[in-house]
Design a binder for this molecule. Structure first.
Ligand code: ADP
Ligand code: MG
Length: 876
C-alpha cells in the first residue's frame, strides 16, 4: 500500500478571510413560558407559529390612549408554553452547533425580563436540559471519535490555536495526570451534586452530519460573567487556601490581528466529553453563585457567557497525526449568552413595591439596543455611522459577530403575566428592530488539500498490520512490514554456507554466486519497483489532479448552490416581512374601518339633528311671519284708531279756532257798528240808518252751524230742512239761564212767553222747542257787566238727535250816568281790554251750552243782528 508523500501533494493557499457580501437577518425567536399560577392575568396570546399578540391588561387600558390595545409581533418562530427543550434546541441551536462543527461561528443569546425563562432556556434543569448542555452533547456526539489527544491543540492566549508536537503533548498529559488525583473523566452517572443530575435523556442525543473525519478536533470551554461592565473569569483557578483568597479580578478585552475580540487571560479548559464539559460549567456556576452572595450582587443584572471553542486541523498525509501547521487549524466558537434581565426596575430588592430606578437601567442592554439601531439604520439608509460597540463590554465582545463573523440568533423570552406587560412591550420593540439587522454570512472553511479518507486508510492499514502479525504469532516486530517478509520468502534458498574443510573452495564461490544472483534479482526488482512506483506516482498525481478539479468543481457548485440558497432565503425573509407588514396593515385597516364606522354613525346623528333643527327653524319662521302679520294688523288698527282720534281732535280744535275767529270778527263788527252809531247821534249828522249789511239768512245759516249737544251724535250737521214753525207767534223757546248768572235788576228783560226755562240744556227740552236762547253775562271793556242773548234755531238731526244753529246775538248793557262817560271813539281807538275774558266768555258759553260751533276757516262774515235794540236797552 502506498501512501502519498508529505509535501508533494498540491496544497491550497493558506486560509485568508474571504470577502462575503451575502447577508442574513439576525434570527429572532420568541419563547413564551407558562404562567406561574393559573389565576394570573395573561397578556400574551400565541396566534400563529410566527406571531404573538399582546393585549394591555385591564388596569392599563384606561391611560394608554393613542396606542393599540392589541399589538402583534412576528418572529422567525414562536414557541408556545408547550414547547419542549429538545424542540427548541432542534430549531434554534442545532443549526448553530452544526455550523461550529463545520468551522463557522455562532452567537446565541436569550433576552427578556427577569423571570421570563432565559436561564431555563439556556441552562434548563435536571432532565430538562437547556440549549447549553444540548449543544455540548451534540458536539461530543459528533466529533467525539475524532478528537485529538489532550494538549495537542493549545490555545495561544491570543484567540488562536497552536498544534503541539506529540512529545510536548505527551509531557503535558503526564504532568496533568500527576497533578490531578481526580479521575480524568468523572463517571457521568455518579455525580456528587444531585443538582448536576443528567440533563439530557439518552434518546434525545443529537449528532451533526458530514463531520470531516480527516480532521482532528478538540473542544475548549470558557465561562465568563459580565457584571457592571466588568468581565470576570468563572473558570479561573483560585488558591485553595481561603485566607489567601482575594476578590475576583476583572479581565480585559483585546483584539487579535484579525480584529476579533477575546478576553485576555481567560481560562480555556479543554474538555473531552459532555460530562466533563458539564462539570466545568457547574463549577463556574457555583463560583458565580458564591461570588454573587459574597459581594451581594444581583444575579439578574449580570450577563453570563459560555463559550464553546472547537479547534480542528487536518490529519497529516498518513492520516495518523494532526498536521503540524498552525495555518491549517480552524477555530470556531459558539457563544451562549444569558443576558441580564431587560427590565428597568430592580426586582429583587424592591419586591412588592417595585420601585422604578431610572438610573438602574442596565447600561449594556441600552448599548446593545443602540448598536442594533445604528446597524439597522446603516443598512437601511446606506449610511456608515459608527456603531458604539465599545460603549459596553457585551457589545464590544460580540462586535465581530455583527460584522460578519458568524450567525446571530436571539431568543426573546416572555412571561405572559400582565404585571410584565409594559416591560414585555419594550422587549418586543427591541426584538422587532433586531430582526431587521442583517449580518454577513460566514464563509465556508477552506479545504486543506489532502486527499480525503486518510483517517480511514490509516486505520485500515493499522488493522491489517496487526491482524497479519497476529496470524504469524510469536513476537511481533511491528517495525517489519508484512509485505517485505513475503518478498524475502519468495527468493530461492541460499546454498549451504558451512565450511568444514579449509581447502573447500566451492562453498564460498557458490555462496557468492547465489548472493550475486540475488543482488541482480534485487536490483532488477528495485528497478521494476521504481518503474512501477513512478508509474503509480504519476497515475496517483493524475488522479489527484482530476480529483482536485472535481473538488473544485463541486466547490464552485456548492458556492452557486449557496448563492441560490441565499436568494431563496432572502425571498423567504422578504415574504415574511411583507406578510408581517400586511398583517399589521390589515389590523390598521380594521381599526380605521371601526373609526370610520363611528364617524359615520356620528355623521348620521348629526344630520338627523340638523334636519330636526331645520324643521324647527322653518316652523319658527312661519310662526314669526304669522306674528308679524298679526302685529302689522294690530299696528294698522291702532294707527287707524289714532288717525281717527287725531282727525276728531283736529276737527274739534279747528272748530274751536274758527269759532274764536268768528267771535273776534263779531266783536270787530260790533265795534264798527258802535262807531257808526256815534256818528249818527251827532246833531250835524242826521241819523241815518247805517248801511245794513244785507241779511242773507241762507248764507248765515250756512255759516253758523251748530253742533248738537252731547247726546247728539257727532258728524255732519243736518241741514234745517224743516222748521217747527215759521210764524213768530207760535215759536217755543228754550230759555237757557246758567245758575251762575247775576240778577242785575234790569228793567228790560227779554219776554219769551211759553218758554221752557232751563239752567242746563237737555235733549228733552230741545226736542220740545224750535228756538234756543242763552243768557250770557260777561264783563265788558269798560268794566260793566254786559249781558248777551245768543239765539239759535233748534233742528232735528237725521239720526234723531237735536242740534242748535246759532243765528243771532243781542247784547244788553247798563251804564252808570255818574261814572265818567266813555266815548265809544276812545274805546274804538283802544283795543278792548280783557279780550281774553271775552274769549273766555265765549269758551264759557260754549262749555255751558255744550255746543260745538262750526265755522268755515278764513270767513270774515259773521251773522247779522239787530244792534239798534242795544241802544234802547241801555240803562239811563
Ligand atoms: P430568567 O432567567 O429570565 O430570570 P428563569 O429561567 O430563572 O428566568 O425562570 C424563572 C422561573 O420560571 C424558573 O423557576 C423556571 O423554572 C420557570 N420557567 C421559565 N420558563 C419556563 C418554561 N418554559 N416552562 C416551565 N417553567 C419555566
Ligand atoms: Mg436568569
Amino acid at each position: 500500500m502506498l501512501r502519498p508523500t508529505k509535501g508533494k501533494t498540491p496544497r491550497r493557499p493558506a486560509p485568508r478571510k474571504p470577502y462575503n457580501n451575502q447577508k442574513d437577518p439576525v434570527g429572532v425567536y420568541c419563547r413564551v413560558r407558562p404562567l406561574g399560577c393559573d389565576d394570573e392575568e395573561c397578556c400574551i396570546e400565541v396566534i400563529h407559529n410566527t406571531t404573538i399578540q399582546l393585549h394591555a391588561p385591564d388596569g392599563l387600558k384606561a391611560n394608554r390612549n393613542g396606542e393599540y390595545k392589541e399589538t402583534q409581533y412576528s418572529f422567525k418562530k414562536v414557541f408556545g408554553i408547550k414547547t419542549t427543550q429538545i424542540e427548541l434546541f432542534e430549531d434554534v441551536a442545532k443549526p448553530l452547533v452544526d455550523d461550529v462543527i463545520h468551522g463557522k461561528n455562532g452567537l446565541l443569546f436569550t433576552y427578556g425580563v427577569t423571570g421570563s425563562g432565559k436561564t431555563y432556556t439556556m441552562t434548563g434543569s435536571a432532565g430538562l436540559g437547556g440549549l447549553l448542555p444540548r449543544s455540548l452533547d451534540m458536539i461530543f456526539n459528533s466529533v467525539g471519535p475524532y478528537q485529538a489527544k489532550r494538549f495537542v491543540f493549545k490555545p495561544d492566549d491570543k484567540n488562536g490555536m497552536e498544534v503541539q508536537n506529540q512529545v510536548d503533548a505527551l509531557l503535558e498529559r503526564q504532568k496533568r495526570d500527576s497533578q490531578q488525583n481526580v479521575p480524568k473523566t468523572p463517571s457521568s452517572r455518579q455525580r456528587l451534586d444531585p443538582e448536576f443530575a443528567d440533563m439530557i435523556r439518552p434518546e434525545e442525543a443529537c449528532k451533526a452530519d458530514g463531520v470531516d473525519e480527516d480532521s482532528s478536533y478538540s473542544v475548549f470551554v470558557s465561562y465568563i460573567e459580565i457584571y457592571n461592565n466588568y468581565i470576570y473569569d468563572l473558570l479561573e483557578e483560585t488558591p485553595v487556601d481561603p485566607l489567601k483568597a482575594k476578590p475576583p479580578q476583572s479581565k480585559i478585552l483585546r483584539e487579535d490581528q484579525n480584529h476579533n475580540m477575546y478576553v485576555a487571560g481567560c481560562t480555556e479548559v479543554e474538555v473531552k466529553s459532555t460530562d466533563e464539559a458539564f462539570d466545568v460549567f457547574w463549577k463556574g456556576q457555583k463560583k458565580r453563585r458564591i461570588a454573587n452572595t459574597q459581594l451581594n450582587r444581583e444575579s439578574s443584572r449580570s450577563h453570563s457567557v459560555f463559550i464553546i471553542k472547537l479547534a480542528q486541523a487536518p490529519l497529516d498525509a498518513d492520516g495518523d497525526n494532526v498536521l503540524q501547521d498552525k495555518n491549517q487549524v480552524t477555530v470556531s466558537q459558539l457563544c451562549l449568552v444569558d443576558l441580564a434581565g431587560s427590565e428597568r426596575t430592580s426586582r429583587t430588592r424592591a419586591e412588592g413595591s417595585r420601585l422604578r430606578e431610572a438610573g438602574n437601567i442596565n447600561q449594556s442592554l441600552m448599548t446593545l439596543r443602540t448598536c442594533m439601531e445604528v446597524l439597522r439604520e446603516n443598512q437601511m439608509c446606506g449610511t456608515s455611522k459608527m456603531v458604539p460597540y465599545r460603549d459596553s463590554k457585551v457589545t464590544h465582545f460580540f462586535k465581530n459577530y455583527f460584522d460578519g463573523e458568524g450567525k446571530v440568533r436571539m431568543i426573546v423570552c416572555v412571561n405572559p403575566k400582565a404585571d410584565d406587560y409594559e416591560e414585555t412591550l419594550l422587549v418586543m420593540r427591541f426584538a422587532e428592530m433586531t430582526q431587521e439587522v442583517e449580518v454577513a454570512r460566514p464563509v465556508d472553511r477552506p479545504i486543506c488539500g489532502f486527499a480525503p479518507g486518510r483517517r480511514q486508510r490509516n486505520m485500515a492499514f493499522k488493522d491489517e498490520l496487526s491482524r497479519r502479525l497476529e496470524e504469524r504469532g510469536g513476537p511481533v516486530d511491528t517495525e517489519i512490514p508484512a509485505a517485505l517478509n513475503q518478498l524475502l520468502q519468495s527468493f530461492p534458498p541460499l546454498p549451504p554456507c558451512e565450511i568444514s574443510d579449509p581447502t573447500d573452495d566451492q562453498t564460498l564461490p557458490r555462496l557468492i554466486e547465489a548472493l550475486e544472483r540475488r543482488h541482480r534479482m534485487r536490483q532488477s526488482m528495485v528497478e521494476e519497483y521504481n518503474k512501477t512506483a513512478n508509474l503509480l506516482k504519476s497515475m496517483l498525481q493524475e488522479m489527484d489532479g482530476s480529483l482536485m478539479n472535481k473538488e473544485n468543481y463541486i466547490h464552485q457548485q456548492q458556492g452557486k448552490l449557496g448563492e441560490k440558497d441565499k436568494c431563496i432565503q432572502d425571498q423567504k425573509s422578504e415574504i415574511d416581512r411583507l406578510e408581517k407588514k400586511a398583517k399589521m396593515l390589515e389590523y390598521k385597516i380594521d381599526i380605521l374601518q371601526k373609526t370610520t364606522n363611528i364617524y359615520e354613525e356620528d355623521k348620521r346623528t348629526l344630520q338627523h339633528e340638523l334636519e330636526s333643527r331645520d324643521h324647527k327653524l322653518v316652523r319658527e319662521q312661519s310662526e314669526k311671519k304669522r306674528m308679524e302679520a298679526r302685529m302689522q294688523g294690530m299696528v294698522y288698527d291702532t294707527k287707524l284708531q289714532w288717525e281717527k282720534e287725531c282727525e276728531r281732535r283736529v276737527n274739534a280744535k279747528q272748530l274751536e279756532m274758527q269759532n274764536k275767529l268768528w267771535v273776534k270778527d263779531e266783536k270787530l263788527k260790533q265795534l264798527k257798528a258802535i262807531v257808526t252809531e256815534c256818528k249818527t247821534d251827532r246833531p250835524d249828522n242826521p241819523p241815518t240808518r247805517p248801511p245794513e249789511k244785507p241779511m242773507r239768512p241762507s248764507r248765515e245759516k250756512d255759516r253758523l252751524r251748530s253742533a248738537s249737544p252731547s247726546p247728539v251724535p257727532t258728524g255732519a250737521p243736518v241741514r234745517p230742512h224743516h222748521r217747527r214753525s215759521h210764524s213768530a207767534g207760535n215759536e217755543r223757546w228754550v230759555d237757557h239761564k246758567p245758575v251762575t248768572n247775576v240778577d242785575l235788576d234790569t228793567v228790560m228783560q227779554p219776554n219769551l212767553p211759553n218758554s221752557i226755562k232751563v239752567s242746563t240744556p237737555s235733549e228733552k227740552a230741545l226736542s220740545k222747542a224750535d228756538k234756543y236762547v242763552l243768557t250770557h253775562q260777561e264783563v265788558a271793556s269798560d268794566g260793566e257787566i254786559q249781558t248777551k242773548l245768543i239765539k239759535g234755531e233748534v233742528f232735528k238731526t237725521r239720526s234723531g238727535g237735536q242740534a242748535v244753529q246759532f243765528t243771532d246775538i243781542e247784547t244788553l248793557k247798563q251804564e252808570n250816568p255818574t261814572a265818567p262817560s266813555r266815548k265809544r271813539r276812545s274805546s274804538e281807538n283802544k283795543p278792548p281790554q280783557g279780550d281774553g275774558n271775552t274769549q273766555g266768555g265765549w269758551t264759557d258759553v260754549e262749555n255751558r251750552c255744550s255746543v260745538a260751533v262750526e265755522m268755515r276757516a278764513g270767513s270774515n262774515l259773521g251773522p247779522g243782528y239787530q244792534h239798534h235794540g242795544c241802544q234802547k236797552r241801555r240803562k239811563p
